[in-house]
Design a binder for this molecule. Structure first.
Ligand code: FCB
Length: 465
C-alpha cells in the first residue's frame, strides 16, 4: 500500500496502565495488589524492579496531560487501579483514589480528549487473591461491585468503558505459567480464572449499560495469530487447540454466548468446567459497542510427538503459556526475525490477517486497536534527541496493516499506540522501553522520541505515506 488516508473520524490514541505508570504505591490509601506482592518477591522481575515509583504519573498527571494534548490525541486509554479506589477489594471505597481518576477524566475532557477507561489491567487487590483470586467465583462478584462504584463516580464522563485488558494474560500467565502475578502454576485454576474473568466482564458490562447508558462498552483481548509449521493434519490440529485456548475461550462466550465444544473436550482431563453455572454464558455475552484488539507479534506451532525434546520458543513466552494448560501435543517454534527488544517477531501481515478474520467471523462487530507498539533499546544522542527509527518503522508497518485491513472491509475505528510513556513492563521491569516519550527514571524527565513527533504528524494529517 503506497499511501493511505485515514478518515477524519478515525480515533488516534495512546494507552497506558495504572501499575505501569502511576507509582505512589502506598499513598492516599491505596492498598496492595498482586503486582506489588509479586514484584517485591525476589527473583520474580528483572533486576527486582517494582512499580513503587514507576513513571510517577500519580504526581505528574498534569504534565502528562500536556503531552497528550500536544500530541493531538483524540483519545487516551488508561486503567483504573482497583486497589487504589477500593483498597481491600471489598468494603469501603477510597475517596482519594476516586478523586484522582475524576481529575484525570476532567483534565482529558477539558483538552478535548476522549477518556477510555480500563477497569482491570492486572492489579487485583491482594486480599482478593488471598481469598482465591480469579480461580474463585466471588472475585467476579467483587468486580461487579467495584465496577458499580467507579461507573457511579465517573459515569458517562468516560467515553468508553473497557472491562478487562487481556484476560488471557491474567488467566494463563498468572495461574498457569506463573510468569505474571500472582505467579501460580495450577492449570485447573487457570481455566477457572478464564471463566471468572469472562463472567466478571459480563457482570460489569451490565453495570455500565445500567448506570452509564450513554457510554460505550468494550473489552480488550490479545488475540493470537497462530500459524502451523506445515499443512499436515496434526499441525493444523495444534493450531486449532491453541486457537481454542487463546482466542475462542474468550470470543466464544463474549460474542457467541457459549464456550466452544472443542475447548471443553481438549481440557476435559484438567477440569470438568463445573464452575460454569446456568445462565453464565448469556451473562457474559453482553453486546459490545466495540471490541478492543491488542496485537504485537505472531505464533508458530506444530504437533509434538510427546517424545522428542519440546520447543517452547515462541519468542515471547506468551502463547506458550497456553501449553501449560492442555496443549500437551503442541510445540511452539522459534519464529524468523526481525525481532523487537522483547524478542517478539515483527509480523505486520499477521495483524492484517487477524483483523480480516474478525471481519469474516463477526462482521457486525466494530473494532478498535487498543494496543500496538514496540520496545527497542533507545539511545539518547549527545544532542538529546532519541532517534528511534526502528520503532517508527514498526509503527508505520503496523498502522499500514490496519489500513490494509480497513481497505479489505474490517471495521477498525481507531488505533491506540502502546505506549505514551516508558513504563514498568511487568516481568521485564524498566529494562524494556515501549514509550514514544522517554522517561528518565532518575529524574522523571519526559523527552519526546522521534516516534512521538512522527505520530503527532500522522495524527494531524491522517496520511500514512
Ligand atoms: C500487553 C499489555 C501491556 C504491555 C504490552 C507490551 O500485553 O497489555 O500492559 O505490557 O503488552
Amino acid at each position: 500500500m503506497t499511501e493511505y488516508v485515514f478518515p477524519g473520524d478515525f480515533v488516534w490514541g495512546s494507552a497506558t496502565a495504572a501499575y505501569q505508570i502511576e507509582g505512589a504505591a502506598r499513598e492516599d490509601g491505596r492498598g496492595p495488589s498482586i503486582w506489588d506482592t509479586y514484584s517485591h518477591t525476589p527473583g520474580r522481575t528483572l533486576n527486582g524492579d517494582t512499580g513503587d515509583v514507576a513513571a510517577d504519573h500519580y504526581h505528574r498527571w498534569r504534565e502528562d496531560l500536556g503531552h497528550i494534548a500536544d500530541l493531538g490525541l483524540d483519545a487516551y486509554r488508561f486503567s483504573i487501579s482497583w486497589p487504589r479506589v477500593r483498597p481491600g477489594g471489598s468494603g469501603q471505597f477510597n475517596r482519594a483514589g476516586l478523586d484522582f481518576y475524576s481529575r484525570l477524566v476532567d483534565g482529558l475532557l477539558e483538552r478535548g480528549v476522549r477518556p477510555v477507561a480500563t477497569m482491570y489491567h492486572w492489579d487485583l487487590p491482594q486480599e482478593l487473591e488471598d481469598a482465591g483470586g480469579w480461580a474463585v467465583r466471588d472475585t467476579a462478584l467483587r468486580f461487579q461491585e467495584y465496577a458499580a462504584g467507579i461507573v457511579e463516580a465517573l459515569g458517562d464522563r468516560v467515553h468508553t468503558w473497557t472491562t478487562f485488558n487481556e484476560p488471557w494474560c491474567s488467566a494463563y500467565l498468572g495461574y498457569a505459567s506463573g510468569v505474571h502475578a500472582p505467579g501460580r502454576t495450577e492449570p485447573a485454576a487457570a481455566l477457572a480464572a478464564v471463566h471468572h474473568l469472562n463472567l466478571a466482564h459480563g457482570l460489569a458490562g451490565r453495570v455500565v449499560r445500567e448506570l452509564a447508558p450513554a457510554a460505550q462498552l468494550s473489552v480488550t483481548l490479545n488475540l493470537h495469530v497462530i500459524r502451523p509449521a506445515s499443512d499436515s493434519a496434526a499441525d493444523l490440529d495444534a493450531v486449532r487447540r491453541i486457537d481454542a485456548l487463546a482466542n475462542r475461550a474468550f470470543l466464544g462466550p463474549m460474542l457467541q454466548g457459549a464456550y466452544p465444544a472443542d475447548l471443553l473436550a481438549d481440557t476435559a482431563e484438567v477440569t470438568d468446567w463445573s464452575f460454569v453455572r446456568d445462565g453464565d454464558e448469556s451473562t457474559i455475552a453482553v453486546p459490545l459497542d466495540v471490541l478492543g484488539v491488542n496485537y504485537y507479534s505472531s505464533t508458530l506451532v506444530r504437533a509434538w510427538d510427546g517424545v522428542s525434546p519440546r520447543s517452547d520458543a515462541d519468542g515471547h513466552g506468551k502463547s506458550a503459556a497456553s501449553a501449560w494448560v492442555a496443549a500437551d501435543g503442541v510445540e511452539f517454534l522459534p519464529q524468523p526475525g526481525p525481532y523487537t527488544a522483547m524478542g517478539w517477531n515483527i509480523d505486520p501481515d499477521a495483524f492484517t490477517e487477524l483483523l480480516l478474520r474478525l471481519r469474516d467471523e463477526y462482521p457486525d462487530q466494530p473494532l478498535m486497536i487498543t494496543e500496538n507498539g514496540a520496545a527497542f533499546d533507545d539511545a539518547v544522542s549527545p544532542d538529546g534527541t532519541i532517534r528511534d527509527d526502528r520503532r517508527i518503522d514498526y509503527l508505520h508497518r503496523h498502522i499500514g496493516a490496519v489500513a490494509q485491513a480497513r481497505a479489505g472491509g474490517a471495521d477498525v475505528r481507531g488505533y491506540f499506540l502502546w505506549s505514551l510513556l516508558d513504563n514498568f513492563e511487568w516481568g521485564y521491569g524498566y529494562d524494556r522501553r515501549f514509550g514514544i516519550i522517554r522517561v528518565d527514571y532518575d529524574t522523571q524527565v519526559r523527552t519526546w522520541k522521534q516516534s512521538a513527533h512522527w505520530y503527532r504528524r500522522l495524527i494531524a494529517t491522517g496520511r500514512l505515506g
